[in-house]
Design a protein around this ligand. Structure first.
Ligand SMILES: [Zn+2]
Ligand SMILES: [Zn+2]
Length: 133
């Protein structure tokens, strides 16, 4: 839970004329997505690549166990680094404590917790860091 790095790197379909930002936990799952794209458009230029490092995710430690999700698509957000994860969590009104626990805006941080990241209004995640599993 909390602010955590996934155990392995995600895979994703990539191509010049393909706008996509879904992450897949295995190469096999990403290949399946690639096949579906080709069924929709046999000429599409798409390949499957792993990210250079495992993504970071944020899960609420307040008891609700909700994942930090994209506000529009409700995908679990995958971030590039711990710092980015903490900043993006802040942009969604989440609070991150000094010991890397995360609390959604409904739960809030417990009294006495040392706050590491305060919400940064207007800081929105980059679209290419969205992901889903
Ligand atoms: Zn990912
Ligand atoms: Zn919560």
């Amino acid at each position: 839970m909390a602010v955590e790095q996934l155990p392995g790197a995600c895979w994703y379909p990539h191509g010049d004329d393909f706008e996509g930002d879904a992450h897949y936990p295995t190469e096999a799952r990403a290949r399946e997505a690639e096949r579906n794209l080709r069924e929709g458009d046999p000429l599409i230029e798409v390949t499957v690549l792993p990210f250079p490092a495992p993504c970071w995710t944020v899960t609420c430690d307040g008891g609700c166990e909700v994942d930090l999700e994209d506000g529009e698509y409700e995908w679990t957000l995958h971030l590039e680094s711990r710092t980015e994860a903490e900043q993006v969590a802040g942009s969604y009104d989440w609070t991150v404590t000094a010991d890397s626990r995360a609390f959604c805006d409904s739960c809030g941080a417990p009294e006495g917790a040392v706050i590491a990241t305060r919400p940064i209004p207007g800081h929105l995640p980059r679209a290419d860091r969205r992901g889903r599993h």
